[in-house]
Design a protein around this ligand. Structure first.
Ligand code: XLS
Ligand code: NI
Ligand code: NI
Length: 441
């Protein structure tokens, strides 16, 4: 340990389901082999630097509650101290990854050259630490929403100087992400949106955002960054309306600007809820379109209408979501980032560790094959009429035969079966004496 913040906490171990300790894993055993792979490699957990170390416990009604030794965060000395404590925590928790924004790790000195110099300095310090412990970087990103310069947006800002500032900022963050071997680069556009349509030209702003993202992709190729570029949807907050509303909107946007091969999606549970979707809906859609990148695994309180960024604590919800991820072939460059914060009265150092340990244990469901087996059975059963009649009997390798489908539909129409309002036609499959109907869509 480089600092006494965590006192004598020892690295967290797997103790099994009978353990009473909140500082031991009861269900998450990183070395357990599930579906041919270590659990740690399936889940690829990451700690978010911002909520764990930069957030001071404030909410809209009150300021900091945490009073950490590295506060105030306006000087480089405390940035070093914060880095020491962060990497101490990573070695206690043992999670494989972390994520950070530029603004989390260096003080803000109000101008680009000084901020760049301290960003480079601190990330060199990270690099040294990463040589001595196993923690890797899942993704880097730029905070282009907190400072007052971003009040009217970053890439969609009407001031060209701010657009240029945003471009330089992302370049600097991609450079340090590459230096640290980051596996992805994320863009979340909290201020890329609008407050009122009375002063906003949607077409112009979306083109500007498309141009910006194309520059990011060009730069990725220029420097040979091997990682994936990810965008993170969120429907609103802080903007009244954000352009990256949800997975479907992002896919449409990426296709419009021909970016769908270079950019994938980072899905956050809380943002899915804010958009009026379930988390698994967003994941299943991204998987089915080949667009799943990574996960921010922080949930919202269903009674609050904002991003509460809680650690996951709902086992069935996680089971349904990760069923789709595993079914889709699992993470490639992505992982499970806890973009989650403590409750503001959880001020003890060990709460930081206990919150992550509890969250990691919630992924228990992955160890239950039944979830996966049954999910598949139900899904196949729903489409079996189509599969058997039009796709052939090989369910693993279905091929859609449109001509056959049209011929079938014509036959049904001609034979007058299609008269019922409730059912568009009689599916006609006899199976153990049971008639199967296809519901009208
Ligand atoms: C905010 C976002 C943010 C991104 C990274 O709601 O979730 O934390 O993940 O900028
Ligand atoms: Ni997030
Ligand atoms: Ni969020």
């Amino acid at each position: 340990m480089t600092h006494d913040f965590f006192k004598d906490l020892k690295p967290i171990q797997y103790e099994g389901p009978d353990s009473n300790s909140s500082l031991a894993f009861r269900h998450y055993n990183p070395d357990e082999i599930i579906l041919g792979k270590r659990l740690e490699e399936h889940l690829r957990f990451a700690v978010a630097y911002w909520h764990s170390f930069a957030w001071e416990g404030g909410d809209p009604f009150g300021g900091l509650t945490f009073e950490r030794p590295w506060h105030p965060q306006d000087n480089i000395k405390n940035a070093y101290l914060k880095a020491d404590v962060a990497f101490d925590m990573f070695s206690i928790l043992g999670q494989p990854y972390f994520c950070f924004h530029d603004a989390d790790v260096r003080p803000d000195q109000g101008n680009f050259p000084d901020n760049l110099a301290t960003l480079n300095e601190i990330t060199d310090y990270f690099l040294d630490k990463m040589k001595n412990q196993k923690t890797k970087l899942l993704w880097g990103t730029a905070n282009m929403f907190s400072h007052r310069r971003w009040m009217a947006g970053a890439s969609t800002n009407p001031d060209p100087d701010i657009f240029a500032f945003a471009a330089a900022t992302v370049k600097s963050c991609m450079d340090v992400t590459q230096k640290l071997g980051g596996e992805n680069y994320v863009l979340w556009g909290g201020r890329e949106g609008y407050e009122t349509l009375l002063n906003t030209d949607l077409e112009k702003e979306l083109d500007q955002m498309g141009r910006f993202l194309s520059m990011v992709v060009d730069y990725k190729h220029k420097i040979g960054f091997p990682g994936m570029i990810l965008v993170e949807p969120k429907p609103q907050e802080p903007s009244k309306h954000q352009y990256d509303f949800d997975v479907a909107t992002c896919i449409g946007f990426l296709r419009k600007y021909n970016l769908e091969n270079d950019v994938k999606i980072n899905i956050e549970q809380g943002h899915a809820i804010l958009a009026g979707h379930s988390f698994e809906h967003e994941i299943a859609l991204a998987v089915s379109e080949g667009m799943l990148g990574s996960i921010d695994m922080n949930r919202n309180d269903y009674q609050s209408g904002w991003d509460t960024d809680q650690f996951p604590n709902n086992t069935p919800e996680v089971a349904l979501a990760y069923y789709h991820i595993i079914k889709g072939g699992g993470f490639q460059t992505g992982g499970t980032n806890f973009d989650a914060k403590l409750r503001r009265q959880s001020i003890d150092a060990e709460d930081l560790i206990a919150a992550h340990v509890g969250a990691m244990d919630v992924f228990d469901s992955l160890r239950r094959r039944r979830v996966f087996g049954e999910g598949e059975r139900f899904r196949r059963r729903r489409t079996r009429t189509f599969d058997q009649r039009y796709h052939g009997s090989d369910e693993e390798n279905v091929r859609y035969d449109e001509r056959k489908l049209v011929r079938g539909a014509n036959h049904e129409l001609a034979s007058g079966v299609c008269t019922n309002d409730e059912f568009s036609f009689d599916g006609g499959v006899e199976e153990s004496g049971e008639r199967v109907f296809v519901e009208r869509v």
